[in-house]
Ligand binder design. Structure first.
Ligand SMILES: NC(=O)c1ccc[n+]([C@@H]2O[C@H](COP(=O)([O-])OP(=O)(O)OC[C@H]3O[C@@H](n4cnc5c(N)ncnc54)[C@H](OP(=O)(O)O)[C@@H]3O)[C@@H](O)[C@H]2O)c1
Length: 263
């Protein structure tokens, strides 16, 4: 996808963080039509002030609830004949040792990060198929490429996003629908406020690389530089060797995740 003017964009969780930065990036490239779903109505309403020339379909809803998705997609199809870009960005994390994470948090992470993403894609797909040039952007995580201690349930959801992307890309081969997966590393957003970490990417960097990836017809956009790419390779080719690296990070991750929860 080279041009973002006159494109109709659906995004989950555009009210903050990476989703908000992606809206900003697209807005500056000329996109004006955005349909946004999120739970917090104040965050959604702020978009109208921040992007005054955009026309928003704002929908307060929870993507883990099928009814919310059905109603959101009804609102979209009552206003638009097509969707050009679907950005599956909404996500939550609850980190720590597996035994310390509540059952509710484990179920909610799966339902928001995976089930909601799959259902939103399913129900927006007929509108994407009406577009001459469409894209699906799925936001996974570096933890969807490499599982790390204290993120077992979150990693499972983001690995699920990775394989969903791969499968749906192959399923949609006969449609002009590009499927791209984004793997951010630690990024300074509200999600990371409760994690003890520094040296984070900015959400603007993630958004710029996402849009560049779309323009360059990439399948994957992996943040974190050459080191992350090397780690991904090592994790596939010699996972026992990578276990040793993960072990050196164990204490730091234990500390970082002692209170890391954004639900
Ligand atoms: N920040 C990082 O270090 C990092 C690293 C790798 C991957 N990611 C991924 O990047 C994506 C964006 O996260 P972020 O870092 O930008 O954090 P964020 O600012 O907390 O954004 C998450 C967004 O998702 C929305 N959301 C959460 N649950 C929802 C639900 N049930 N229904 C509808 N919307 C929901 C939130 O809006 P409401 O609260 O209003 O619902 C919020 O706008 C997530 O998928 C995350 O897993 C982040």
């Amino acid at each position: 996808m080279k041009n973002f003017q006159n494109k109709k964009v659906v995004i989950s969780g555009g009210g903050s963080g990476i989703g908000n930065a992606i809206i900003n990036e697209l807005y500056h490239k000329g996109t004006r039509d955005f349909a946004v779903i999120g739970r917090n109505v104040d965050k959604l309403k702020r978009l109208e002030n921040d992007f005054p020339e955009a026309i928003f379909l704002l929908f307060q809803g929870d993507i883990s609830k099928p009814n919310s998705i059905h109603e959101f997609v009804n609102v979209i199809s009552n206003s638009w004949n097509t969707v050009d870009v679907l950005i599956n960005n909404a996500g939550v994390v609850s980190a720590g040792s597996l035994e310390s994470i509540s059952d509710d948090d484990i179920v909610a992470q799966i339902n928001i990060n995976v089930t909601g993403l799959i259902l939103l894609t399913k129900h927006v797909l007929p509108l994407l198929k009406m577009s001459k040039e469409a894209a699906i952007v799925n936001v996974s995580s570096g933890l969807g490429l490499i599982g790390m201690p204290f993120y077992a349930s979150y990693s499972a959801t983001k690995g699920g996003v990775r394989l969903f992307s791969e499968a749906i890309r192959r399923e949609l081969k006969d449609f002009p629908i590009q499927v791209i997966t984004v793997y951010p590393t630690v990024t300074a957003t509200p999600m990371m406020e409760s994690a003890k970490t520094d040296a984070m990417d900015t959400p603007d960097l993630v958004a710029q690389q996402t849009i560049e990836g779309l323009q360059n017809n990439k399948i994957d956009v992996i943040l974190g530089g050459d080191q992350r790419l090397e780690d991904v390779k090592k994790n596939i080719n010699d996972p026992k060797e990578f276990d040793k690296k993960a072990a050196t990070m164990y204490e730091a991750l234990l500390e970082r995740t002692s209170n890391h929860r954004s639900m």
